[in-house]
Design a protein around this ligand. Structure first.
Ligand code: HEC
Length: 276
């Protein structure tokens, strides 16, 4: 008996040593407590509002715009795409888990069989290809943008629930994390320089949103009807800091989205939102 206890104690030390390795959940919790220390009055659930969470006036304007969003007719176009049968006669609802409802928070996911990250847009394209259609361009605002915008509304209220399990998944996650914290471009900024270190502060006239919550509400309709997908926003931010951007749908962006979405785990999703 005594021997077993000693063996278990030894194991405890080993487990302790291993847990010093910062895995995804530890990364996320570190960021949550970093922001909690910095902004103790901001509730965790309010991170879904991104920069608006720091600006009550802008938030109340946003609330009134969201009562009757100017992009509703765009979402209707997306609904039509969603309901139109594919060449095989099947619909998207037929080929996605749970008829495509309350699943958006599981994406991106790591597909072990294919050894890569699959975004929701990839899953929709897989469905198209398996049913006799050509893939849409990942961030095309007229096709995949509208289709994914509508499809995501079917997951409103779901909590982000990204999983990183297994070696391949962890590698992809680490790659995304590296992209997020990599300093580059003429200004030598990383995503983290703005959305961690300076989140809640202004850069020129713009309030910087915190990384937590950033992936919960896509696509966004800027100025009312200009659809911007999450990965298009990545391109925009990289261009702003004169960082040669990757392309929406690239492995680098998919891995970035995987890491980035994990940081929003536990927050409610809502598609879509108005942005200035
Ligand atoms: C020089 C600062 C800067 C850098 C670096 C930067 N961004 Fe941004 N980003 C902004 C500004 C300004 C906005 C608009 C205000 C806001 O919502 O934060 C923004 C907005 C965003 C948004 C939209 C937030 C929302 O809810 O509408 C996302 C997502 C985002 N950035 C991700 C990234 C990622 C990922 C990177 C790295 C590839 C990055 N940003 C690098 C300044 C930056």
């Amino acid at each position: 008996m005594k021997k077993i206890v000693i063996a278990l104690a030894g194991l405890g030390i080993l487990v302790g040593a291993f847990s010093a390795y910062a895995g995804p959940e530890e990364d996320r919790q570190k960021l949550v407590s970093y922001f909690k220390n910095k902004y103790p009055d901001l509730k965790f659930d309010d991170y879904i509002y991104s920069a608006l969470a720091f600006d009550p006036d802008a938030k109340s304007q946003y609330n009134s715009i969201m009562e009757f969003p100017p992009y509703l007719s765009e979402l209707e176009k997306g609904e039509k795409l969603w309901n139109t049968p594919l060449k095989s006669g099947k619909t998207y609802a037929d080929c996605l888990p749970n008829g495509g409802k309350m699943i958006a928070g599981n994406y991106p996911l790591f597909d072990d069989a294919r050894g890569k990250v699959i975004t929701l847009e990839d899953a929709l394209n897989d469905c198209r290809k398996a049913n006799g259609e050509e893939a849409y361009k990942n961030a095309d605002p007229k096709t995949m943008g509208l289709l994914s915008a509508y499809m995501r509304t079917l997951s409103d209220g779901m909590k982000v629930n990204i999983k990183v399990v297994g070696e391949g998944a962890l590698k992809a996650y680490e790659d995304g994390k590296k992209t997020f914290y990599r300093r580059a471009g003429q200004l030598n900024f990383s995503c983290g320089s703005c959305h961690v270190d300076n989140a809640g502060l202004r850069i020129r006239s713009e309030l910087l949103s915190p990384v937590i919550g950033q992936t919960t509400h896509w696509p966004a309709f800027r100025g009312g009807d200009k659809l911007v997908t999450l990965q298009k926003r990545y391109e925009g931010c990289q261009k702003n800091v004169r960082h040669s951007p990757d392309k929406a749908g690239s492995t680098r962006y998919n891995n970035l989205e995987y890491f980035h979405s994990y940081m929003s785990n536990g927050l409610e999703m809502k598609s879509s939102v108005f942005r200035k």
